[in-house]
Design a protein around this ligand. Structure first.
Ligand SMILES: Cc1cc2nc3c(=O)[nH]c(=O)nc-3n(C[C@H](O)[C@H](O)[C@H](O)COP(=O)(O)O)c2cc1C
Length: 242
């Protein structure tokens, strides 16, 4: 299996030590992106990625390489320490550069593991924030490891191993999980947005070119009867509301 690790910490200490422990439980090839070495300029807020297409981002050449690596991996690990009760600016900058994925999600077959370390607080909140972001990217299943490095909880080592092994088993199985209702709702929101009379052109192009516009969810992820009906109903509501 191919794993991509995106390290949002400016240093290789607490968060990286957990990432290394995660790695020791996985089997395969690893690619590492240390955002501190990428020198991605701050998002300029031009909204080109959202409105005109990601290729029009002034930093596209750097973002494209990362997106390509995500496309190629089987599992992605995103790591960040808690900084002022949030992710690091390094990771947030990457998330801002990929904001277009909220409109045009594409990683439906990927599984992710979130690694967050903190001195004392905010680890669960930050892990949940990264989880939420990844869900908007389309990611099929997100596992979370959130560790208080200030504490002395020996159980944490066991928990890191347990969650990493679950993640590994899931990646190796290639099994697709049924999406949450909230994932389906967001899918229908963006699909309906692409079909309005005055859509964002890049969104419309994406939804038609990928054929997603004709589906209740990504065709790579099977929906049961009830969730299919739910998606159809949600889409009809969204079409009226938006
Ligand atoms: C700028 C900055 C902000 C931080 N903010 C918090 C915080 O809000 N809450 C907290 O418990 N720890 C906070 N910490 C501590 C780090 O989250 C913690 O030490 C983490 O494990 C560091 O990971 P690293 O070794 O990968 O850099 C902060 C550290 C720095 C440098």
């Amino acid at each position: 299996m191919n794993y991509l690790i995106i390290n949002g910490s400016p240093r290789k200490k607490n968060t990286w030590a957990i990432a290394e422990q995660v790695k020791s439980n996985l089997k395969g090839d690893f690619e590492e992106i240390h955002l501190s070495e990428e020198d991605i300029p701050l998002c300029r807020g031009c909204q080109n990625c959202i409105m005109n297409g990601e290729k029009y981002c002034p930093h596209y050449s750097q973002i494209k390489d990362i997106i390509e690596k995500i496309r190629k991996c089987d599992g992605i690990i995103i790591a960040s320490p808690v900084y002022a009760m949030n992710v690091t600016a390094l990771l947030k900058n990457l998330i801002d550069h990929t904001a277009y994925l909220y409109h045009r999600p594409e990683f439906f077959t990927k599984k992710a593991l979130v690694v967050v370390s903190t001195a004392g607080a905010g680890h669960k909140k930050v892990a949940n924030y990264i989880d939420e972001t990844l869900r908007h990217w389309g990611i099929n299943k997100v596992y979370k490891i959130a560790v208080q490095c200030g504490g002395k909880d020996s159980l944490e080592t066991k928990d890191i191993d347990k969650t990493s092994l679950k993640f590994r088993k899931d990646v190796e199985s290639k099994k697709m999980h049924s999406p949450k209702l909230s994932d389906i709702i967001f899918f229908d929101v963006w699909k309906a947005m692409a079909l309005t009379d005055d859509p964002i052109k890049a969104d419309r192009q994406f939804w038609f070119e990928t054929g997603l516009v004709n589906n209740d969810f990504s065709p790579e992820v099977k929906l049961g009867f009830l969730k299919r009906m739910f998606s159809k109903i949600m889409f009809n509501i969204m079409k009226r509301v938006i």
